[in-house]
Design a protein around this ligand. Structure first.
Ligand code: PGA
Length: 257
């Protein structure tokens, strides 16, 4: 918890819609969600498919919901078939972008090097980046969770300055907990996130490390959110499945810690 000597970190709850919702479905979900999250004390973000960003941004314009993307190109423009640039995202209305989600790492060849390139680009364009790290089941069982997340942070944040971390959120997502219904216990999540904060403090200094928000992600839902959010180093959540149902996502946003 924040004390007199540590800065307050505003919790941030972000939905990761993944490859779900057409524009029509986006309209339905957001129209339901907007009144349910009104007045929330946490910051609220929905990271939607590229094609939904513009409509989502229009619908949430005078609300407390911000819109994010799920990836960003590392280049400004040019011959990068299939990529979407930071300027395009911003023009469509995105303020946030997820970088290095484990599904990108697993299925699309994302590495700490490409995460680093995308992160630099996002920050240089003024987007807030949600940088994902997390171990696989094999790595957890092998007892190398800390080693893995440390390497992901060091690689992903190469050449990033402490000042730039103001626009960074880290999401700790154990891969084995994503979409599986298996959540890390609140204690395990807290322990790894406290470890990550230690790595960030060493890398960026105590002040910046203390200010950095770290989310938990991996089967976070309306039932387990309160216990997870009660942990001192957990500053929010990155929510997949449960972000697709307005009532569930709203309950997570309005967690009781
Ligand atoms: P989940 O996904 O909540 O469905 O486990 C989280 C994520 O992948 O960001």
């Amino acid at each position: 918890m924040s004390t007199a000597s540590t800065p307050t970190r505003t919790p941030v709850i972000a939905g990761n819609w993944k490859m779900n919702n057409t524009v029509k479905e986006t309209e339905t979900l957001l129209k339901e969600l907007i009144p349910l999250v009104e007045g929330a004390s946490a910051a609220v973000v929905v990271c939607v498919p590229f094609t939904d960003i513009k409509r989502a941004a229009q619908l949430t314009k005078r609300t407390n919901i911000a819109v994010g993307a799920q990836n960003v190109a590392w280049a400004d423009k040019g011959a990068f078939t299939g990529e979407i640039s930071a300027d395009m995202l911003k023009e469509a209305g995105a303020k946030y972008v997820i970088i290095g989600h484990s599904e990108r790492r697993q299925y699309f060849g994302e590495t700490d090097v490409t995460v680093n390139k995308r992160l630099k680009q996002a920050l240089s364009k003024g987007l807030t980046a949600i940088v994902c790290v997390g171990e696989t089941l094999l790595e957890r069982e092998g007892g190398i969770t800390e080693q893995v997340v440390k390497a992901q942070i060091e690689g992903g944040f190469k050449d990033i300055t402490a000042a730039q971390t103001k626009k960074v959120i880290v999401a700790y997502e154990p891969v084995w907990a994503i979409g599986t219904g298996k959540t890390a216990s609140a204690k395990d999540a807290q322990d790894t996130i406290a470890f990550i904060r230690g790595v960030l403090k060493k890398r960026f200094g105590a002040v910046s490390g203390e200010k950095l928000r770290i989310q938990y992600g991996g089967s976070m839902n309306a039932q387990n959110v309160d216990e997870l959010m009660a942990q001192p180093d957990i500053d929010g959540g990155l929510i997949g499945g449960a972000s697709l149902k307005a009532a569930d996502f709203a309950r997570i946003v309005k967690f009781k810690a």
